[in-house]
Write a new protein. Sequence first.
Length: 214
Amino acid sequence: MAKRIVVLISGSGSNLQAIMDAISADRIQGHISAVISNRPGVFGLERAEKANIATEVLDHKAFESREAFDAALAELIDSYSPDLVVLAGFMRILTAEFVRHYQGRMLNIHPSLLPKYKGLNTHQRALDAGDSEHGCTVHFVTEELDGGPLAVQGAVSIDAEDTAESLQQKVHKVEHQIYPLAVELFCADRLQWSEQGVSLDGSPLSSSGYRYNG
């Protein structure tokens, strides 16, 4: 049975587009019920509207507290009864209560090979450290920022001439491959997170998740 997906965005929605494309190609056993943005007028909303997907704007600036916004956001998400919530460039730190509500069914993508470089400026930090590779990680969301169990990782090589900007472009390409893959695996009931940890096809994954090699 096709899974219902709600995608949260704050910007252009390039990862949203990658997931939409995978759904159109029948790779994902699911459909996007709604795209919700905390910022009005962003390009990701246009992407969704062109695909005839319901869009919602819930401006965080209209709420007095993070808790009040998250409570309203959860109510809006739940009105679509999703099986999966996907954070696709959603630039908000979420409250613990919100995260617990969607535990095991909310994914995020981060531009580093976690647990390396949680937080911001990941590309420059990888360069400054002299790393030979960098990448991105899809993970289940927990109360710890960028600290949830890892699902899928994809790596890129760091070359001598790379800058933070060129590395970002490399990583974006891999993001658009591994995020649809993670959603595909989840919607096929192949990727799951339980008390025993993250598993793929019933077998436990290592702490670094499934390594995508293209």
